[in-house]
Design a protein around this ligand. Structure first.
Ligand SMILES: [Ca+2]
Ligand SMILES: [Ca+2]
Length: 432
């Protein structure tokens, strides 16, 4: 069929050419440019031969035959779906054009003789610029609505809010990630809604983001946002949906009466690490042995806690003076008898140190709540689960597989001594 058309136009061309040739003796007769024969994209087809630019665009190469007696062309492309037209002037017989995918187009070529106003229109062809069949679209990134990024929150509860969208309308759920660390990694809950009420503490900075998941398992992550809850807000109001039936102290033998509830492990056992630790008169004492350079040891117990509940933690610490020593509190989820010679799981929650670059708080002699002692120069690490008031909320991901937390109290020295000893007592973890 196309061949037939070509021959047809060729005949017209030959005839007209012959005619003009025959009439060459007549002056001042200017011929119109010959009609252009279109080649590609073919008429009434689906065009799949473009170069993919993106999900929404491809580059299509338009081609046509050279017209006799024309010295330039205008390629006219009409987006039938949107009703828009673009005109491209060229001297060539091929033009690459970026088009919308999944869209109907028509096109034609106007041949022109530039020294004149004579033009000739080709026929108009239609084609569909194909889209690659997409089985499923990834959800759009969720957009954080509230709390506003980097804001200070002055009241509780805090409701996290966002918007989400998916071209297939197949959002299955949102994972809410919230953490004291940046970037946040703890998934604290999942919801089909566009809001979530987490259990929080005042006087803490939280980082959070939303992962949107569709029915095909496609995921997208929102930007990471952060907010701070002002220290004046009562922590229990930031966790209103959760109550604990447990009001008693969860720490066993927090009065340090040596009832067999505490476990002890010496760390750094490959070093010269002899110590003289033990229970004395209702306290636990970390004490040095004369002439020993290093020590590191942990006293610990595993505690049943409920995620999301606000607890108050405390420990009394006492020392008549130390050098190059540390006392640290850990909330971990790893077994203390993990085969390693050290224990740092969960990170230091609060510490008092007279050792270490950028860690030495210069606090050697003290007596009282560790929170009061630490205020004299030993800042609570920002990623600590504890706030300045000793409040703590555990997430499921902070806990062991058994839903417990490992409370560890570690003391050690390096080229130093505990003096007469570091004494600890009245350790408590009580639901608010
Ligand atoms: Ca989807
Ligand atoms: Ca005691």
């Amino acid at each position: 069929m196309k061949k037939g058309i070509n021959i047809f136009y060729l005949l017209i061309f030959i005839i007209s050419y012959s005619c003009s040739k025959d009439n060459s003796d007549q002056k001042n007769i200017i011929e119109s440019p010959a009609i252009v024969i279109l080649i590609f994209p073919e008429n009434n087809t689906e065009c799949n031969e473009g170069t993919i630019i993106s999900d929404t665009q491809s580059e299509v190469s338009f081609r046509w035959n050279k017209s006799t007696n024309a010295d330039s062309y205008t390629l006219v492309i009409n987006n039938i779906d949107s009703g828009t037209t673009q005109n491209i002037n060229t001297n060539d017989t091929e033009e690459k054009v970026i088009l919308e995918r999944g869209t109907n187009y028509s096109w034609q070529v106007i041949s022109k003789l530039n020294s004149t106003s004579l033009t000739t229109f080709s026929s108009t062809w239609r084609f569909f610029n194909a889209s690659i069949p997409v089985e499923s679209h990834v959800p759009d990134q969720a957009v954080i609505v509230s709390p506003i990024a980097d804001s200070i929150v002055n009241s509780c509860p805090v409701i996290l809010e966002w918007t989400s969208n998916d071209k297939d309308n197949d959002i299955k759920l949102h994972d809410v990630i919230l953490d004291l660390d940046y970037p946040p990694t703890k998934i604290i809950g999942s919801t089909t809604e566009n809001n979530f009420q987490p259990n929080l503490l005042s006087d803490k900075t939280y980082y959070w983001q939303v992962i949107t998941i569709d029915s095909d398992g496609n995921k997208s992550s929102s930007e990471i946002s952060s907010f701070n809850i002002d220290a004046s807000v009562e922590s229990s109001s930031c966790s209103p949906g959760v109550s604990s039936s447990t009001i008693k102290d969860l720490v066993k033998d927090g009065s340090m009466d040596n009832k067999g509830d505490w476990k002890y492990r010496q760390l750094w056992t490959q070093s010269d690490n002899e110590v003289n630790h033990g229970f004395i008169d209702g306290e636990y004492a970390f004490r040095s042995v004369d002439g020993v350079r290093y020590s590191n040891a942990i006293l610990w117990q595993e505690i049943n806690v409920e995620p999301g509940v606000v607890y108050s933690f405390n420990i009394n610490v006492r020392s008549g003076g130390t050098s190059n020593s540390w006392l640290e509190v850990y909330f971990g989820s790893q077994d203390v008898n993990n085969g390693s010679d050290e224990y740092t799981d969960g990170g230091v929650q609060i510490f008092v140190k007279s050792f270490g670059d950028n860690e030495n708080c210069g606090v050697n002699s003290y007596d009282g709540s560790i929170f009061d002692v630490a205020k004299n120069g030993c800042p609570i690490p920002s990623e600590s689960l504890l706030n300045q008031d000793g409040k703590v909320v555990f997430s499921t991901s902070d806990l062991t597989a058994n839903g417990t937390i490992i409370l560890g109290i570690k003391a050690g020295n390096y080229d130093g001594t505990f003096g007469s000893g570091i004494f600890i007592d009245d350790i408590s973890l009580i639901a608010d």
